[in-house]
Design a protein around this ligand. Structure first.
Ligand code: NAD
Ligand code: LMR
Length: 332
């Protein structure tokens, strides 16, 4: 029997990530090729015509999984009944800016959209915040939508996770699908800590630790980390626009694994509400290694954290605490 359609909201749908993301959703990349969807697309009035153009293209592409399209500039209409909300709407940074430089514009959007989601989304709606500063926007959304369970509000660090997999695969000249269990700790910012201490590569001789294969701790503790931390800026420098296809694809990975589960023996990185695990202050949206089952994420426990890593976990937590204070000062 055909599945009931799932309603998926994409905010900022007329923007560049939106334009890459909606066809992926329509092709089943996010929820599976047997899952019909009703797409809800929100943008602001100046982008209404472009948004309508995206809607026209969705009709023209005749995607079999699409059972309806709502394209609107009204947040209440956009949020009504949605099961999944991918929050991309906002302003991207330009060359030379840090992600927190777009703070004041973007956190006020997330405060406003929190109530639309809280009041009108389907019960148990899963929220993924993509727009920067992603962790802090997600935290503001959570704080201004107190009836949405904290476990339902997440932010995107899967792009950083995938970037880390990509760097290891290039360094070792192995398939990216053979590399797993890197971790992105903390903020989706240049303070994030890409950690390979538990990462492995599937080889003909079985699973081997990344450190054993790379045999270059100076690279792993230096250039590898800074490359992943700075990759967003490198893309902006090259494209004069921030990452879009990789962001859209990683957003699909995030939701797919959350809803359908992570593969056995594999974890992924998600920005989630901290419960104090790994001595990260509770009450921040912080990226942790997680596994997902039955639509719920769980932080992977018991991983050893060496002194080098501890400092990096703390540094990115400090930045998130500062961002939280800055966000509240922007809203007051
Ligand atoms: P973009 O400017 O191309 O598109 C953003 C869209 O959001 C625009 O169409 C704009 O009109 C719309 N928008 C603005 N305010 C809105 C509001 N209040 N409600 C609904 N829509 C609104 O930008 P983009 O390149 O698509 O990037 C979007 C966001 O995603 C940026 O903040 C960017 O920094 C962030 N980003 C995050 C990651 C990540 O890994 N977390 C990766 C890439 C980009
Ligand atoms: C990215 O990581 O590519 C995005 O967050 C865009 C940016 O501003 O770096």
């Amino acid at each position: 029997m055909a599945k009931e359609p799932v309603r998926v909201l994409v905010t900022g749908a007329a923007g560049q990530i939106g334009y890459a993301l909606v066809p992926m959703i329509a092709r089943g990349v996010m929820l599976g090729t047997d899952q019909p969807v009703i797409l809800h697309m929100l943008d602001i009035p100046p982008a209404a015509e472009a948004l309508n153009g995206v809607k026209m293209e969705l009709v023209d592409a005749a995607f079999p999984l699409i059972k309806g399209v709502v394209a609107t500039t009204d947040a209440v209409e956009a949020c009504t009944g949605v099961n999944i909300a991918v929050m991309v709407g906002g302003f991207p940074r330009k060359e030379g800016m840090e992600r927190k430089d777009v703070m004041s514009k973007n956190v006020s959007i997330y405060k406003a959209q929190a109530s639309a989601l809280e009041q009108h989304a389907a019960p148990n709606c899963k929220v993924l915040v993509v727009a920067n500063p992603a962790n802090t926007n997600a935290l503001i959304l959570k704080e201004f939508a107190p009836s949405i369970p904290a476990k339902n509000i997440t932010c995107l660090t899967r792009l950083d996770h995938n970037r880390a997999l990509g760097q290891i695969s290039e360094k070792l000249n192995v398939q990216v699908s053979d590399v797993k269990n890197v971790i992105i700790w903390g903020n989706h910012s240049s303070s994030q800590y890409p950690d390979v201490n538990h990462a492995t590569v599937n080889t003909a001789a079985g699973e081997k630790p990344v450190r054993e294969l790379v045999k270059d701790d100076a690279w792993l503790n230096g250039e590898f980390i800074t490359t992943v931390q700075q990759r967003g800026a490198a893309i902006i420098k090259a494209r004069k626009l921030s990452s879009a296809l990789s962001a859209a694809s990683s957003a699909c990975d995030h939701i797919r694994d959350w809803v359908l589960g992570t593969p056995e023996g594999t974890w992924v990185s998600m920005g989630v509400y901290s419960d104090g695990s790994y001595n990260v202050p509770a009450g921040l949206i912080y990226s942790f290694p997680v596994t997902c089952r039955n639509g719920e994420w769980t932080i992977v426990q018991g991983l050893s954290i060496d002194e080098f890593s501890r400092k990096k976990l703390d540094l990115t937590a400090e930045e998130l605490s500062e961002e939280k204070a800055l966000a509240y000062s922007c809203l007051s």
